[in-house]
Design a protein around this ligand. Structure first.
Ligand SMILES: Cc1ncc(COP(=O)(O)O)c(C=O)c1O
Length: 446
């Protein structure tokens, strides 16, 4: 039977009826029923009882293949023995000090050894904090005040950066090649967007014009090398390399936000793009599932921290448990682990794209590593090169049906079409994902 959105909603709510009840109960005590508003897709979130390697067990007793993995954080899946050991070994020694510990130092050393552009690292509690701090460092270092970023680029929820990450798709502000900066939320003062210059992905000509025209005021360009968090857009390597050269020429610091993309490559996606950013933001997997964020960069740029020109400090920065878990995670993520993850992603992309093309379904998988995206487009053969492209071209109804039906059938996807793989996933899991996707797509277009 052909699937339709209303029926899929009903299927979802029936399958996760206890979660629906918990969401309603939660609304009494937590605005919206749960703290992270992005959990919800469809009518309510799915409440989890426990995680087990590549799976989630929901409070209804259902087992789901976790293709969200906390928005790409848990690259090793849930409860990896190495991470649990690291936490258990650290715990009895205490876990909250007004002093540094060797865990922080060891994690910093590991990161510096891996990422060529990183000579030193400073830790935070989240990548939102790290992005905000990277911007403060850049402003301190350059004595300039403006931030350049892409429309659709998400770099955390701070007032400075939650600008034009999620612009209203029904009324994009400004022309496609020169978007207007707007706050993403009420409560962010409008003047914050005066300090933000918004660029268009994969359009070097317009980026160059705007960056050259405002160079004297721009402290930094902050970007993901493949936009993930605001909706996946693959950035052309040549485009990124040209931006690196241009920012260097103009004295603008390039901040690569590798919060998610670190899982693309042992040395970060920057090594594949063959660029050296001035600062690199990290988060998610470097804490092994515990809260963390970090900024890495050259000793030259970190001089402003060393000499106390730029002040940033927090009670839990360099938290020993998060650092210990992060060390265990990075050590488990050896070169073979990256190869396995990327191979699984390549198989899914190849199998589904070949099948969809042959079947003439307007469905594509894109992205270059173990966090990738799918899109149902309005027409066959449409490609997505910018954030606006995504919203102009996608078929939201089919996107919605697919996400709901996947969950109902045992696959927990991220809304907005993002999929993240984890190391414990087996070939059987991958095949199951491919076949279930085909089944749902065939029913959408039946
Ligand atoms: C690229 C990127 N930067 C920053 C952040 C903010 O990270 P956090 O949620 O740890 O504050 C995220 C979160 O999804 C992200 O994906």
């Amino acid at each position: 039977m052909k699937l339709n959105y209303q029926q899929s909603l009903k299927n979802f709510s029936e399958a996760f009826s206890l979660s629906k009840e918990e969401t309603s109960k939660g609304k009494e005590y937590i605005p919206g029923g749960f703290s992270r508003r992005t959990f919800g897709y469809g009518p309510h979130a799915i409440f989890v009882d426990k995680g087990e390697a590549q799976y989630l067990h929901t409070i209804e007793g259902k087992k789901l293949l976790d293709l969200n993995n906390n928005f790409a954080t848990n690259v090793l899946g849930h409860n990896h023995p190495a991470i649990i050991n690291a936490i258990q070994e650290t715990l009895p020694n205490g876990f909250s000090f007004g002093n540094p510990t060797n865990h922080e130092l060891d994690l910093a050393k590991l990161i510096c050894e891996r990422i060529d552009s990183v000579e030193q690292v400073k830790f935070f509690c989240s990548a939102s904090e790290a992005c905000l701090s990277a911007v403060r460092i850049a402003r301190g270092y350059t004595a300039r005040k403006k931030i350049a970023k892409f429309e659709g680029g998400y770099h955390g929820f701070s007032d400075d950066l939650a600008i034009s990450a999620h612009p209203n798709p029904n009324n994009f502000p400004g022309p496609d090649s020169n978007p207007k900066a707007l706050p993403d939320s009420d409560g962010i003062p409008a003047y914050k967007s005066d300090n933000v210059i918004v660029l268009t992905q994969n359009d070097f000509e317009s980026c160059e014009k705007v960056l050259r025209g405002n160079a004297d005021e721009i402290a930094c360009l902050i970007m993901e090398l493949q936009t993930c968090a605001g909706g996946i857009v693959e950035l052309d390597k040549n485009f990124v390399q040209k931006l690196r050269a241009l920012t260097k020429e103009l004295g603008i610091l390039l901040i690569a936000d590798e919060t998610i993309t670190l899982r693309a490559n042992f040395k970060g996606l920057q090594s594949e793009y063959k660029i050296k950013p001035d600062l690199t933001v990290l988060g998610k997997m470097i804490g092994g599932g515990l809260p963390i964020g970090a900024v890495g960069g050259s000793k030259e740029v970190f001089r402003v921290i060393e000499e106390n020109q730029v002040m940033i400090s927090g009670t839990h920065h360099g938290h020993p448990l998060a650092c210990a878990a992060g060390i265990a995670c990075l050590k488990a993520m050896d070169e073979n682990a990256y190869t396995r993850l990327n191979e699984m992603a390549a198989t899914i992309k190849f199998e589904l794209n070949t099948w969809a093309k042959e079947s003439k379904y307007p469905f594509t998988v894109f992205g270059s590593f173990s966090v990738f995206a799918y899109a149902f487009t309005k027409e066959l053969g449409q490609t997505i090169n910018t954030h606006r492209d995504y919203w102009h071209k996608i078929d939201e109804n089919s996107m919605g049906i697919y996400a709901l039906e996947m969950a109902t059938r045992g696959y927990y996807p991220v809304h907005r079409g993002q999929v993240g793989l984890t190391l414990p996933m087996t070939d059987e899991d991958v095949n199951g994902y491919i076949e279930t996707t085909k089944e749902i797509i065939s029913l959408i277009y039946a």
